[in-house]
Design a protein around this ligand. Structure first.
Ligand code: SAH
Ligand code: SF4
Length: 390
């Protein structure tokens, strides 16, 4: 058990995280390795140290800039070196099992990872950008009472390869890899990444960090750290590390303005309460050199949506550069809550806006394919519950 796991839900990183070597032939999967890790792996396999810098740069560009999946396509490497790579390495992504496209253009991918487990990845096209919502765990150790993923137990952490792989498979599906020799198209279909799918990213810190460093690398996928948002339920001890080792934007699942209510909605609050969380958040913008924190607030009818809540919220976050993102509750079968009425959400937003904060109301996207925030849950789990054979 790690020192950071909540006492009520122990997780063991050693058991849950897979080794880097793939089962077939003990090959090392290149996907998800940081530059340093890939460098070491190339040397360990027998690449002469003198060559490694150049080789690393070439491979990196083929894999992450051009999206090449086969060593034979790496045409600026000698035939012998390509054969050497194929002998020791693989370029392996998780597999897309199904793709659903919503009437509003949202795409939901059901993705199968090693061991037959499944996670969901969602692509949300908007006017000026495209946001990819990726998962960090299969299920979640936490049990937020309004979240569909929270009803599913944690199966395991995703590896760095499986996290980076979600970005790559979305680019595959959208046909977004540049073609060699053709002018670079500057419009990005996947322009933003949010860690808001299944799982608590800060309980899978090392893999999430490595994966985001690959995604942010400026010679590959090149998403800047300001285009990546990590959402946490409030794992306080990992917040400063997020600033130092990832440096992306932070969103926090706040959802309540008293400890009594937050204990019910986001049970991790019993371990790190509102005051402890806010004290840690005050440091984040300075440590990460980012402008502001997003406070996510799910609107639950008669639970956390009163005018008094809105006023308390504003008071609590005073002094923290912030944006408040109101999320109309996305209902799922058997959910113990209802979405707040639209007038209530607007009245709540108005109080926040008048206090000087941006308070966008998140439009639910992809509801017809159950792709909205907090509705993700692996298909195998759904089938198991419904009694259908898997
Ligand atoms: N585990 C992380 C990230 C995943 S959840 C976290 O909790 O922050 C992404 C966002 O969706 C969180 O703010 C979460 O609280 C919210 N959410 C979960 N279930 C929801 C639901 N049914 N309706 C609306 N938002 C929900
Ligand atoms: Fe886990 Fe986030 Fe859902 Fe809470 S809201 S159960 S932390 S995925």
């Amino acid at each position: 058990m790690t020192a950071l796991a909540p006492a009520s839900a122990p997780i063991t990183q050693d058991v849950l995280t897979l080794p880097r070597k793939l089962p077939e032939g003990g090959k090392v999967n290149i996907i998800g390795l940081t530059r340093d890790q890939l460098r070491t792996a190339l040397i360990d396999a027998g690449t002469p140290e003198k060559q490694v810098k150049m080789r690393l740069g070439q491979i990196w560009q083929w894999v992450y800039h051009f999206g090449i999946r086969d060593f034979t396509g790496m045409t600026n490497l000698s035939k012998d070196y390509r054969a050497f790579l194929a002998e020791h390495f693989a370029i392996e992504l998780p597999e897309v099992v199904t793709r659903q496209i919503s009437a509003d253009g949202t795409r939901k991918y059901l993705v199968r990872i090693q061991g037959g487990h499944e996670v969901e990845t969602v692509y949300i096209p908007e006017e000026n950008r495209g946001t990819l919502c990726i998962s960090s765990q299969v299920g979640c150790t936490l049990t937020c009472s309004f979240c569909h993923t929270g009803t599913q137990r944690l199966v395991r952490n995703l590896t760095s390869a499986e996290i980076v792989g979600q970005v790559m498979l979305a680019r595959d599906d959208l046909g977004e890899w540049p073609v060699q020799g053709q002018p670079k198209d500057e419009t990005r279909l996947v322009s933003n990444v949010v860690l808001m799918g299944m799982g608590e990213p800060l309980y899978n810190f090392d893999n999430v960090r490595d994966a985001m460093n690959v995604v942010m690398d400026n010679e590959g996928l090149t998403l800047s750290r300001r285009r990546i948002t990590l959402s946490t339920s409030g794992v306080v001890p990992e917040i400063a590390r997020t600033a130092a080792e990832i440096g992306c934007l932070l969103a926090v699942s706040f959802h309540a303005t008293t400890d009594a209510v937050r204990d019910q909605l986001v049970p991790i609050n019993k371990k790190w309460n509102i005051e402890t969380l806010l004290n840690e958040l005050r440091e984040y913008p300075r440590l990460s050199n980012s402008e502001r924190i997003t406070f996510e607030y799910v609107m639950l009818k008669d639970v956390n949506d009163s005018d008094a809540d809105a006023r308390r919220l504003v008071k609590l976050i005073q002094g923290i550069p912030a944006k408040i993102n109101l999320i109309p509750f996305n209902e799922w079968p058997g959910a113990p809550y209802q979405r707040s009425d639209w007038e209530r959400i607007e009245a709540f937003a108005d109080i926040i806006y008048k206090a000087g904060y941006a308070s966008p109301i998140r439009t639910p996207r992809g509801e017809d394919i159950m792709a909205a925030c907090g509705q993700l849950k692996s298909a195998s789990e759904k089938l198991r519950k419904s009694g259908k054979p898997m």
